[in-house]
Design a protein around this ligand. Structure first.
Ligand code: ADP
Length: 422
């Protein structure tokens, strides 16, 4: 037996008893701060049950293709049985969908099922969005009594709130999608702008000086020729480095960057790196302090060198003329390496972003060349070694990068602390 109930209008709370009103307000408050749909629906059941008796509640939503599918179902009646668990009111939900109205339906299966579950009272309510029925909320009551008009009215309140939960959920999802798309668009725009600028600058130098050298109306003395060729040579190296960073970054994104580890003496690795950095730029004042000698780790020497070279070149770029200290020690079985400068430092608002892909401190980005990829790559490499990299900085005092790596082995060495000539 199926009954249609007149379409529901705007909710009028005037007809509700105080206890029912309280439950409806509690549901409203819950919906207003809802995040997890299933949790909210469970809470709605919990709040509604004392004022509205039902055994099962099912929320059906329209499928993308056709028909309905249960999105949420709970059997809560006392003495739950298998029969009760199977009575999910699909017919009622379909009637709601086709009629777009509240539906009352009674199924009398007492011939085959003489228990309470043989007599089933269904109440189906439309869940609409922007005037379109998107689903149905079905209550099932076993053995009666039939739903009264007051109870139907109360169930409509509940259905209205369930509808709001779904709307809220969709809104949150739509906002999240839009936000993700906007972020991706911004990121792609930033990427193209940064990369184009960074590639064009060295290319511009190379082209400019090569054209200058090729001019037939001018002859250059040997010193000038050498200077121009040196610039071309350096800028070509820079282009190469940039493309390497980009390749590393995209390999990291794709998860295909290879790390080939071997036993490494940290002291030796750091000394070599410091010597190489000094040979490239004589003015660099690098001090290597070894507090715990004999530290050995499993690492990829080329990749770790890339990390420390990046930190040293950053210190040289952003803290010019400052001495750079590399301090090596072990604490709690981990090797700790601090690379510290006494440069201008980085303000707190930027510190948390430094390891993000393409992040550059805005005030510095127009003065010092870079891509914002270096520290991102450093972090990925250190994490691939099961290590951690972090930074602390004080404006006006300097910046310290701390790298922690699992330490394989400490070779016994009698000296406790020493400064190693780098
Ligand atoms: P890039 O140097 O190419 O910009 P990085 O990822 O290596 O990219 O560094 C990100 C940003 O962190 C830099 O743009 C710079 O603003 C800041 N930074 C890095 N090292 C230092 C440092 N030692 N002192 C001050 N700022 C630094």
């Amino acid at each position: 037996m199926v009954d249609e109930v007149k379409q529901r209008d705007a909710i009028d709370t005037g007809t509700l008893r105080p206890q029912e009103l309280e439950a409806v307000y509690a549901i409203s408050r819950l919906v207003a701060r809802s995040i997890d749909t299933d949790h909210v629906l469970d809470e709605i059941i919990h709040l509604a049950r004392p004022v509205f008796i039902f055994d099962n509640m099912v929320l059906y939503v329209k499928r993308e293709e056709e028909g309905l599918e249960p999105r949420f179902a709970r059997a809560i009646g006392r003495g739950r049985t298998l029969e009760a668990e199977l009575a999910w009111g699909e017919y009622t939900a379909n009637d709601v969908l086709s009629s777009r109205k509240t539906i009352l339906r009674v199924e009398d299966l007492s011939q085959t099922d003489p228990k309470r579950t043989g007599l089933r009272y269904y109440l189906g309510l439309p869940i609409a969005q922007s005037g379109e029925v998107m689903g149905a909320l079905v209550f099932v009551r076993f053995g009666g009594p039939p739903y009264t008009s007051d109870q139907i009215h109360l169930a409509e309140f509940i259905a209205d709130h369930v509808q709001q939960v779904l709307e809220h959920r969709q809104l949150v999802k739509r906002v999240a999608d839009l936000e993700a798309k906007r972020r991706l668009d911004d990121l792609q725009d930033d990427f193209v702008a940064t990369i184009s600028h960074e590639l064009l600058t060295p290319l511009g130098f190379i082209k400019g000086y090569a054209t200058t050298l090729l001019r037939e109306d001018t002859t250059w003395d040997e010193d000038s020729r050498k200077e121009f060729l040196t610039i071309i040579d350096e800028e070509a190296d820079r282009l190469h480095e940039l493309l390497d960073s980009l390749m590393d970054s995209s390999r990291l994104q794709a998860g295909t960057l290879r790390i080939n580890t071997q036993p490494l003496r940290l002291e030796t690795l750091l000394r070599d790196i410091a010597l190489r950095a000094k040979s490239r730029s004589e003015n660099l004042d690098i001090r290597l302090m070894v507090k715990t000698p004999g530290l050995q780790i499993q690492g990829d020497p080329a990749r770790l060198a890339q990390v420390f070279e990046n930190l040293l070149s950053n210190a040289a770029k952003y803290a010019p003329n400052s001495p750079i200290t590399i301090l090596l020690e072990s604490e709690e079985g981990r090797a700790r390496i601090r690379v510290a400068d006494q440069g201008p430092g980085i303000s707190a608002e930027h510190v948390g972003n430094l390891f993000k892909r393409f992040y550059r401190v805005p005030e510095k980005s127009s003065v010092v060349r870079g891509t914002g990829l270096g520290l991102y790559i450093c972090r990925q490499i250190i994490e691939a070694h099961q290590g951690k990299i972090s930074v602390t900085s004080t404006v006006g005092e300097g910046t310290t990068f701390l790298i922690e790596l699992p330490c394989e082995h400490v070779q016994s060495d009698n000296s406790t602390s020493r400064e190693v000539p780098a």
